[in-house]
Design a protein around this ligand. Structure first.
Ligand code: GTP
Ligand code: MG
Length: 279
């Protein structure tokens, strides 16, 4: 995938003196849009690069996406409730396990709510993560109301003085309105007790533009405060996350780089952009 290096060399050609470059800037814009960066960011990037001939593609992206965004987890409630949402198989449960581990090892007490009662094996899977991470699990029977389990998990969080309550939810297609309503209900029911601090959308790094559609619809149903991009240990570079950040406004907070419990890192823009550009 030499797309970005092809764009970079096109840009330097266009910047040679005496070149009438208007048509080719359009071509660059098209190529950026077709990479996963999305239309809004691509148009802004081309404007920036045209205006300032000293700025490289990498610097331009960094300027637009910036390091100045707050990528920390929201933390002023106790317990801080974090709802983990996303389509099927993107890595939600794995992220819950890794995030629990990350939080426990940084000195926090963590409760996990097993609110995926849809898939038979889901509770067992998240329970293993809870044990390995040293978190307290709250679960119910298969087919139980996920909102009730989420509520119980939050109650447990209060009871034991937890710092964080992580709620694992069932994978759902963003195009299924009934399932999106269920998510809104989970949020509403939790908020009878305490505000939800974070809603993190988990996105598979190999997802293209469909990720943007997912983010928009999940955002409408339940509100998003951040994004976790998983499976970046493979060949995926996850440019789509930037499109989401720019168009939906939810910052990337963590990246998943493997299936192990330690394979989650707080997101940093500069090295991520560098590896995206060099891909
Ligand atoms: N390589 C790699 N694999 C991952 C990563 N995160 C999750 N996976 C794998 O992706 C698969 C699905 O992960 P889950 O955590 O079960 O995904 P989910 O979103 O909870 O799935 P559903 O609950 O069925 O919607 C598993 O095989 C995970 O090991 C990652 O960062 N890197
Ligand atoms: Mg799951």
């Amino acid at each position: 995938m030499a797309l970005f290096s092809a764009i970079t060399s096109l840009i330097s050609k266009l910047r040679e003196p005496g070149v009438n470059a208007d048509l080719d800037w359009n071509e660059i814009e098209n190529q950026l849009i077709q990479s996963d960066l999305g239309p809004k960011l691509s148009v802004e990037l081309v404007e920036l690069l045209k205006k300032n001939s000293k700025v490289s593609l990498e610097e331009g992206l960094l300027e637009l996406l910036g390091n100045e965004r707050d990528r920390n987890l929201f933390k002023n409630k106790s317990p801080n409730v974090i709802l983990i949402v996303g389509v099927n198989g993107v890595g939600k449960t794995t992220t819950v396990g890794k995030l629990a581990h990350y939080l426990v090892t940084t000195g926090n007490k963590v409760v996990i709510g097993a609110a995926d009662t849809f898939r038979a094996a889901a509770t067992g899977q998240v329970s293993t993560w809870a044990v390995n991470a040293g978190a307290t699990l709250v679960s119910g029977k298969d087919g139980a109301d996920p909102a009730a389990i989420a509520f119980d998990a939050v109650a447990k969080g209060f009871e034991i003085g937890a710092d964080f309550v992580l709620i694992d939810t069932a994978g759902r297609l963003h195009t299924k309105a009934g399932l999106m309503d269920e998510l809104s209900k989970i949020r509403r029911v939790i908020e009878k007790r305490t505000p939800v601090g974070e809603v993190l959308l988990v996105i598979d790094g190999t997802t293209g533009q469909n990720g943007l559609a997912q983010a928009k619809i999940f955002g409408e149903a339940v509100g998003l405060s951040g994004v976790v991009v998983t499976k970046l240990d493979g060949s995926a570079k996850g440019g789509i996350a930037f499109a989401i950040e720019r168009e939906v406004g939810a910052p990337i907070k963590f990246v998943g780089i493997g299936e192990g419990i330690s394979d989650l890192q707080p997101f940093e823009a500069a090295p991520y952009i560098a590896s995206l550009i060099r891909s």
